[in-house]
Structures are given as structure tokens and as C-alpha cells.
Design a protein around this ligand. Sequence first.
Ligand SMILES: [Zn+2]
Length: 280
Amino acid sequence: MKKPLTVVSALALACALAACSDTKIETRTGGAQGERSPESKAVKVEDRGDFRVSYGGAKKKELAELRQDLLENRVLEETADGLNRTLALPEDVTLSFAECGEISAYYLPDERRVAVCYELVDELYDAFRDGAGADEELDERVVGATVFILFHEVGHALVRVYRLPVTGREEDAVDQLSTYLVTDGTEEGEAAALDAAESLYRDENAGSGEGEPRYWDEHSLDQQRFYNIVCWVYGQNEEKYRSIVEDGVLPAERAARCAEEYAQIERSWTTLLKPYLKAE
Ligand SMILES: [Zn+2]
């Protein structure tokens, strides 16, 4: 990374989460950014915690360099700041990068820690290197997809910490939350979701070819996750993303349902998170 990145900005994030107070649709169409409805001010958990950040050490040279870049660009701080302004937490949750020895990201309930592996960020660089133009564009795509992954893991954390009900696959539910949070009406946010989707699609296509797809996995298949995320990005602004359907990326049969799907995601997550929004 050569220069500071346009991380999905903390401001935009706070707005997306403020949407939990039902003002998101209005703010998108020109309302005051970050406005919250009065009824959202009741906090039903004691706000005794914060999102904290940790950049774990990295021994491998290239990962140590990556760590330094992420540190300088305050990727975790930006994310944590937005969350802290918005959500009351009963206990601390740490957002971390870590050297894991595998390409992965997870939430560790015992430590109340989200971990995104440096190896995964490094892999995103490999995935996007061919398609991206300038270094700056490559950095933006990688950071965007990384922020999406962070929010996915934050979703797992919120489910545990707030003991939220989940029916159906939690993995799909937190992909929905992450998409909802990043699609805050900003170009960077929508691009982050689409880049995360693209990285999943590439993963599947670059698979080892060993045996059949992981039908047994707790996640939907990577390509299903790709189509889900693309559908929801399209669904939150059909006019803007018409080309996704016209170009044949998203089949019309699914596209017809996407606005409704997105509205349902918005309704569900705003209902679930409303009790935990911080008072102004
Ligand atoms: Zn997950």
C-alpha cells in the first residue's frame, strides 16, 4: 500500500448503522446524514464495553509488511470507531488482524475476538492483482473486501454477545448484515461488497478441483454467496446497478426478487439491532 486508503469511512459506517433506527432509506434519498429517530435512543444493554483493536505480530516478512500497511492505514480503528459510536456493548470485543498459518477469518467467542488473518488479506492482493489497474485501486479493492469480511465476523460477534436469534444459516445472516452495513449509499461501500463477492467467486473457480463442492459446509457455496451478495447490492439500488442484470452477471429470475430480499434484510437487522443503538 502506497498511500492512505479510502477505507469505507467511519462516517459512512456510522450512518449505515444509524440506519438501524429506520432512517436509512430516508438518509439515502437526501435526508440529513446520520439522523436517528427519537425512539432509537433507548439502550437496553448497559454500555460497558467497546470495540477494541489489535494488530497481532507477523513473523513472515511479507505479512509483517502487510501488517505495517494496515496499521498505518488504521483499518481497524476506522471500523471500531464507527461501531463504537453506534452500538452499546455489554463487554469488550476485539477486532484483530493475526498471523494464523491459514487463509481464514473467524470469531473466537471465548476471547470475544474477531480475527482476520494476514494470510487472507495477502490472498486478496493476489486475487485482485490481475484485474486492478494502479496500486491505489488494488489497495482500495483489497481493503474494501477486507472490511466486508470484518463486518461478517462482527456479525458473528454480535449474534453471540447480544444472543440474537438466528433462524437459518448464521453464515448467510452475517453475509446479509455485512452487505447491509457496507451498502450505505457510498461508492466505496457498494464496491466493497461487490469486491468481496468477486473474491468468493474467484476462490471457487480457483478451487483444487478435488471432489464435489463442500455441500456439507456451514457456509453456502462460494458461488451462492457471490450471487447472494450481488443480488442484495443490486436490490438496494436497482436503477444504479441495472447493468449487473443486463450484462448477465445476475440472472433475471433472481434479480426480480432482490429488492424484496434487501428490504427484508434491512427490516430484520434493524429490528434485531435497535435495542443496542447508543443514545446520542
Ligand atoms: Zn462466518
